[in-house]
Design a binder for this molecule. Structure first.
Ligand code: PLP
Length: 406
């Protein structure tokens, strides 16, 4: 039976809202208490920041955590602490948020784009090996959408080539690889607390590590180059003030108490949605990889095949699905190397060698993901109930019934 699509004025498949962030009086009271106490700052005004850092490090099974203003700065702190020098190469995927690559430029290093695997949309370890040169210093794998990268393979490559690994776990709070929390496997793991992320305080970031030296340097860089035991106006390293407030920290502590339950729910909903979509022609959920014990579905990604939907382009399909009430998005318009920053080499004051040229870079899997394949269902929708997953699948089938004759 063909129903009228919501985009054409028909009734929506789902009318329910999927609120984000999730909070109650507990969060409000905690923040209000700090506001009333008048100690809002960090580091000398109170201990909420250090408390949250300890909680987050313990949650991830890491020795240390250094909080900072956002998940771009946390990547940058980790890169600088790894000791990169101007002109060093850093391997990154092209299918990610700009920060993964732009912080490399900000450290005067050269992002080298390595394609993703078509089954996972995570950086392809086989392609990493081929991109390594004598200038390569760091690999930044991104656990895209909350799905763990093939960390065994990546750590093995890093060991053989003497490279550092900084996990970009901005999508990966609470997710696991072989029972280990994402971010705790490489030399350092970086997280974002920006509004859309699975753990949020509106803004914020954190970087975790087991390495004493990386920790000491990252916490100094975060705090205008001060060192532990030093005087307030003694500055040893070229850092900046990247500190977060006490209000952010208590909010994050309260939100962290909700994270495990939310992650389990998203994971279960993801598994169920995989089942529901298994026999839908033209919609292929990404695989979960073999070593995944917990996927946190920051993004639930399917590959879309227009030929099973009357050749309507992905962007149109995504609009139709959104109109049906499914919180979804078409994703990145282009792989990162296509951004004007790289194509026009707008590197400004940064010390990027003249010879660097992104005009010939082409990663076919990332290209196809951007242009025709990837459709994203967003994390707050994955916090719905089982019936909601059924409604998402039904909305897709409704669109298929109207657009195609299969
Ligand atoms: C959000 C995000 C970041 C950066 O986080 P901000 O807090 O917005 O600076 C880094 N990497 C990825 C993959 C992200 O999605």
């Amino acid at each position: 039976m063909k129903e009228k699509l919501a985009i054409d004025g028909g009734s929506k498949s789902i009318t329910k809202a999927f609120p984000w962030p999730v909070y109650d009086e507990t969060e409000i009271d905690s923040v209000a208490e700090i506001v009333r106490g008048g100690k809002w700052g960090n580091p000398d005004c109170g201990d909420e920041v250090a408390k949250f850092e300890k909680e987050f490090a313990a949650y991830c099974g890491s020795k240390y955590a250094v909080s900072c203003v956002n998940g771009s700065v946390s990547l940058r702190l980790a890169l600088i602490a790894c000791g990169v020098k101007p002109g060093d190469e850093v391997i990154v995927p092209p299918y990610t948020f700009i920060a993964t690559a732009s912080v490399v430029i900000e450290c005067n290093c050269v992002p080298v784009f390595v394609d993703i695997h078509p089954d996972t949309y995570n950086i392809d370890p086989k392609a990493i090996e081929a991109a390594i040169t004598e200038r390569t210093k760091v690999i930044i794998p991104v656990h895209f959408g909350g799905l763990a990268c093939d960390m065994d393979a990546i750590m093995d490559i890093a060991k053989r080539h003497n490279l550092r690994v900084i996990e970009d776990a901005a999508h990966g709070h609470g997710a696991e690889y072989n029972g280990k929390k994402l971010g705790s496997i490489g030399d350092a793991g970086s997280f974002s607390f920006q509004s859309s992320k699975n753990l949020t305080a509106g803004e914020g970031g954190i970087v975790i590590t087991d390495d004493d030296e990386l920790y000491a340097m990252m916490s100094s860089l975060r705090n205008v180059g001060r060192v532990e035991g030093g005087q307030w106006y003694d500055h040893y390293n070229p850092g900046c003030n990247y500190r977060i407030t006490q209000m952010q920290s208590v909010l994050l502590s309260r939100q962290l108490e909700r994270l495990e339950e939310q992650t389990i729910k998203r994971n279960q909903n993801g598994l169920y949605l995989n089942e529901l979509l298994k026999n839908v022609k033209g919609i292929t959920p990404l695989t979960r990889g073999e070593a995944i014990t917990m996927h946190c579905y920051h993004i639930y990604i399917v590959k879309y095949d227009a030929s099973k939907f009357g050749d309507i382009p992905k962007d149109k399909f995504t609009e139709m699905l959104a109109a049906e009430g499914v919180p979804c998005f078409k994703g990145y318009p282009h792989p990162l190397y296509k951004q004007p920053l790289f194509q026009n080499k707008n590197f400004m004051c940064y010390a990027i060698p003249e010879t660097v040229d992104y005009s010939e870079v082409f990663c076919p899997v990332a290209e196809q993901a951007c242009s025709t394949d990837a459709v994203w269902i967003l994390q707050h929708a994955m916090l719905g109930e089982r019936e909601d997953m059924e409604s998402f699948a039904a909305a897709i089938l409704k669109i298929q019934a109207v657009t195609s004759s299969i």
